[in-house]
Write a protein that binds this ligand. Structure first.
Ligand code: ATR
Length: 291
């Protein structure tokens, strides 16, 4: 039986029909490093689905055209990564509330001829923290470092878990204040400057600054790195190493954001195809791959 990028059905002994596979992509710039194709390929294998998930490099000023072209040629869905998450929300004909609140979308789907946007980053973080890492967010005191797009995307889902307190600390304090104001109706959120973080203790610190990805130092008071506090970096692999090493040196438990990546992918898969894949083995496989 030949393979032409389609699904084969042996209808009778000599008649074979090939249907085109459902096509998905991750759109970014750069995008060749993305683990999403490998993650989704494993999900599809696990669930017995035949899908084609690839990468799509869009020019920095050409996201809308690239995405529109993909969908006009029959594409079913796209994940969107840096730097296009804001463009993705703008492009869409409609957006889920959590994407609108986040001001960004990492998920697009073609439904009844309309491009719909969503954001699965926040729910991916919550799933990793609670399901994979076994942390209790309800009643926890959380410090969220950063007030850019990454922080904004996870605020509503974190507050949805009913923490006791969530402090957004940012180098530019006005941005933290704006964000806290925006999400105030969702839970006990407050703002602080990075160098004036309240010192009454946190159960969880989430690094949502771009310092890890950019390889820049993150200046934080040593007192934050306290035993009993869990440190989480939304970056993964080598990028997260410095933050995690500093935390572990102080006896803290710590994790990078690889689990968040896998969990947001699982949530995307569920939204596209109606079934949520198991993530444990995929996460273990990805961990090995990036080691
Ligand atoms: P992203 O979409 O990855 O969140 P972003 O919107 O540019 O990117 O936001 C980057 C975040 O990292 C911001 O909170 C930024 O702080 P400022 O608002 O003060 O710029 C934070 N950040 C970047 N470099 C930093 C550094 N060297 N130290 C501390 N925070 C930094």
């Amino acid at each position: 039986m030949n393979y032409h990028g389609g699904r084969f059905f042996r209808v009778a002994s000599r008649i074979v029909i090939s249907l085109p596979m459902d096509r998905y992509v991750v759109i970014g710039n750069p995008v060749s490093h993305s683990l999403s194709p490998a993650i989704h390929a494993q999900f599809a294998r696990e669930l017995g689905d035949a899908i084609d998930y690839g990468t799509l490099l869009a020019p920095l000023d050409g996201f809308a055209a690239a995405a529109a072209n993909f969908f006009s040629q029959g594409g079913r869905g796209a994940n969107v990564t840096l730097p296009f998450k804001l463009d993705a929300l703008r492009l869409a004909d409609g957006a889920a509330e959590r994407a609108a609140l986040a001001g960004a979308a990492n998920f697009l789907a073609l439904r009844s001829g309309r491009i719909e946007a969503d954001n699965t980053d926040g729910i991916g973080l919550v799933a990793d923290l609670t399901r994979n890492l076994g942390l209790e967010i309800r009643g926890a005191r959380i410090l969220l470092l950063g007030a850019g797009g990454a922080a904004r995307g996870v605020l509503a889902p974190l507050l949805g878990q009913a923490p006791a307190r969530l402090v957004i600390a940012n180098r530019t304090p006005e941005r933290a204040r704006e964000l806290a104001q925006h999400f105030l109706s969702r839970g006990p959120v407050e703002a602080a400057a990075l160098d004036r973080i309240p010192d009454d203790g946190f159960d969880l610190i989430v690094n949502a600054t771009s310092t890890s990805v950019r390889g820049e130092p993150l200046l934080l008071p040593d007192r934050l790195f306290a035993e009993g506090t869990f440190a989480y970096d939304m970056a993964y692999g080598p990028a997260a190493k410095a933050f995690l090493a500093r935390s572990r040196e102080r006896g803290m438990q710590a994790s990078d954001g690889l689990g968040m990546l896998v969990e947001q992918a699982a949530e995307s898969y569920l939204l596209w195809r109606g079934r949520r894949p198991q993530t444990r083995d995929v996460l273990a496989g990805m961990r090995e791959q990036i080691a």
